[in-house]
Design a protein around this ligand. Structure first.
Ligand SMILES: Nc1ncnc2c1ncn2[C@@H]1O[C@H](COP(=O)(O)OP(=O)(O)OP(=O)(O)O)[C@@H](O)[C@H]1O
Ligand SMILES: [Mg+2]
Length: 357
């Protein structure tokens, strides 16, 4: 059993706070993804679990046991980094077996565990090669192998794929998912690639940087669908989704609407300014004679399978994502924009909190 628990964890470097008020429980065997912009403390959070960085206050527990004050080697945690830092003079087998050698295991046990890791990662044919004789993806697999041989209860991945080209990232993403099926361990995966976050995680934890004025890092934790469909605040709404969610200001006293289309009453106890959010795929482009938010198409980006259509309106420029290729939107056309029924979000402009639906 290796659930991981952050209890009121804070971390400062000198006077600069990086992590504050972090409370999070990762279940045993769960695969959770940490996402957030650069500098929001993702790596710091992982390094505190691994024991490479001390907490300033609060407690971290692994399997119900406090690890504060425990040496990294006593935590049964393996970490895989972006730079895989293999030993160039050692073979693949030597690199994978290195942590066991350092731990003083017998040659027979090392050989056995290296073989087992190589089988899982399809590295069998390469065991005698040196890192320079491998592709980037194979090298990253060796780095994974070096973590697997230790049989850790917890795997921490810090942007392990960001050095790889786009194709390789996709195939390695699949391999890590398969690895996850074969090895029951608790896994935390850091990335700022939202496709990775959406496709890999049982749950996603979205972090914000304290330096931008946030009093705590964790903006929302939930399944990918929950975060995408019901973002708890503007930060999460803006962070997940590409193109980004459209946000339209609803002034004090106004009702959320797309032109003549009312989207329902303003929540009774909310007097101030609101932001109405609609995702690009939830905007339909209708003929200018239909009801909706009037606009003119400024730009059409053709992506092959779909179009991103930029429409100038009185509420600013909105982006609609059009998957129906028969529509062929054209730059300069006058149109009316209509939101899909029920597919909108309302946020308090000042606090950023979701208020409806
Ligand atoms: N040893 C250190 N001393 C001082 N400041 C540090 C140290 N390590 C990290 N920081 C600062 O802490 C903040 C969080 O860093 P961290 O590496 O955890 O961010 P991150 O979310 O992993 O970012 P990225 O996505 O760029 O990897 C940054 O502002 C960074 O400059
Ligand atoms: Mg980092």
């Amino acid at each position: 059993m290796a659930e991981i628990e952050f209890k009121s964890v804070a971390k400062s470097f000198g006077k600069v706070g990086v992590i504050a008020g972090l409370d999070l429980k990762v279940d045993d065997g769960e695969f959770i993804v940490f996402v957030g912009p650069s500098g929001c403390g993702k790596s710091t959070a992982l390094r505190m679990i691994a024991g490479l960085e001390e907490t300033t206050s609060g407690d971290i527990r692994i399997g119900g046991r406090s690890v504060t004050g425990l040496a990294p080697s006593d935590r049964n945690v393996a970490m895989v980094f972006q730079s895989y830092a293999l030993y160039p003079h050692m073979t693949v087998a030597g690199n994978i077996g290195f942590p066991l050698k350092m731990a003083g295991r017998s040659a027979a046990e090392i050989a056995q565990r290296v073989k087992e890791a190589a089988d899982i990662l399809d590295l069998g044919p390469y065991l005698g090669r040196r890192p320079a004789q491998l592709s980037g993806g194979q090298r990253q697999r060796v780095a994974l192998g070096r973590a697997i041989v230790r049989h850790p209860e917890v795997f921490l991945f810090d942007e392990p794929l960001s050095n790889l080209d786009a194709d390789l990232r996709v195939s390695m993403r699949g391999e890590i998912m398969q690895l996850r099926e074969r090895i029951r361990a608790t896994m935390i995966y850091v990335t700022h690639d939202q496709t990775e976050a959406m496709t890999m995680g049982d749950r996603i934890a979205v972090f914000a940087p304290l330096k931008d004025g946030h009093t705590h890092n964790l903006m929302q934790v939930g399944t990918p669908e929950e975060l995408y469909e019901r973002p708890a605040n503007l930060f999460v709404a803006r962070f997940l989704g590409s193109p980004k969610m459209n946000l339209i200001e609803v002034a004090e006293g106004q009702t959320p609407a797309f032109g003549a289309l009312d989207l329902g009453a303003r929540p009774a106890d909310h007097g101030g300014a609101l932001l109405l959010g609609v995702r690009p795929e939830d905007i339909r482009i209708a003929d200018a004679s239909e009801p909706g938010l009037a606009g003119r198409i400024r730009l059409v980006e053709a992506l092959g399978a779909e179009y991103y259509v930029h429409v100038e309106t009185a509420a600013g420029e909105l982006i609609a994502r059009v998957m129906d290729k028969r529509l062929r939107p054209t730059s300069g056309d006058a149109v009316a924009l209509q939101p899909a029924p029920g597919a909108f979000h309302l946020f308090d402009k000042t606090t950023g909190h979701r208020i409806a639906p």
